[in-house]
Design a protein. Structure first.
Length: 203
């Protein structure tokens, strides 16, 4: 017996409605792919594909500090002038207060030394309020309760001030030990007289 021939099975035809929906789904998938590629291009900073002739890409730079344009030197704004009740006040250097004068500082003011020793006195003159006159200095020394007195001219000092001068005072060898000499340093200039007290004790 010959085997029976089986009838060839033919695929069932796809209804026209199914083909239409498959085509629509294919188009939708293609649009989704194109849209996704477009969005990825925007996120990466690259412009989307297409005709870009005549277009220029300008990079955007974000800086935490304010930058001056190219060719412009950045400078700080000038400070506004001081005002009082809306009126600009002119600034000026301070003016001296009070009449002109001077001070004289002498060192040492008290000292004990031996006979034949030399004591060096240092005097510093400082001007006040623009004082610029000459200053004459003299030393008046007295001992034995004023019985013995001697005046020594220390000269005249001229500006500018301040000025520091030194005066070496040799103690005579014949002065008795234990004697105390009181001195007055008198400075006169510009109608002003200053007096400073000094004391010297002999061993």
């Amino acid at each position: 017996m010959e085997p029976e021939e089986k009838a060839e099975e033919k695929p069932e035809p796809t209804p026209p409605g199914h083909r239409r929906w498959a085509f629509v789904a294919l188009i939708a998938a293609g649009l989704a792919v194109v849209t996704l590629a477009f969005l990825l291009g925007l996120m990466s900073g690259s412009p989307p594909a297409g005709d870009h002739q005549g277009m220029e890409t300008v990079p955007l730079t974000v800086s935490p500090t304010l930058q001056a344009p190219a060719g412009v030197i950045a400078t700080e704004p000038p400070s506004p002038p001081a005002t009082l009740n809306g009126t600009v006040q002119a600034t000026s250097s301070p003016t001296p207060s009070g009449p002109p004068g001077f001070t004289v500082t002498v060192s040492p003011t008290q000292i004990t030394a031996s006979r034949s020793e030399t004591v060096t006195y240092t005097m510093t003159i400082e001007a006040q309020n623009g004082f610029s006159d000459k200053i004459h200095i003299e030393l008046v020394a007295s001992a034995f309760f004023g019985i013995v007195s001697r005046t020594t001219d220390l000269g005249t000092q001229e500006p500018p001030y301040p000025k520091t001068i030194e005066y070496p005072f040799p103690i005579p060898a014949d002065w008795p030990p234990g004697i105390t000499v009181n001195g007055i340093l008198r400075s006169t200039g510009g109608g002003i007289t200053r007096e400073d007290q000094i004391t010297l004790t002999v061993r």
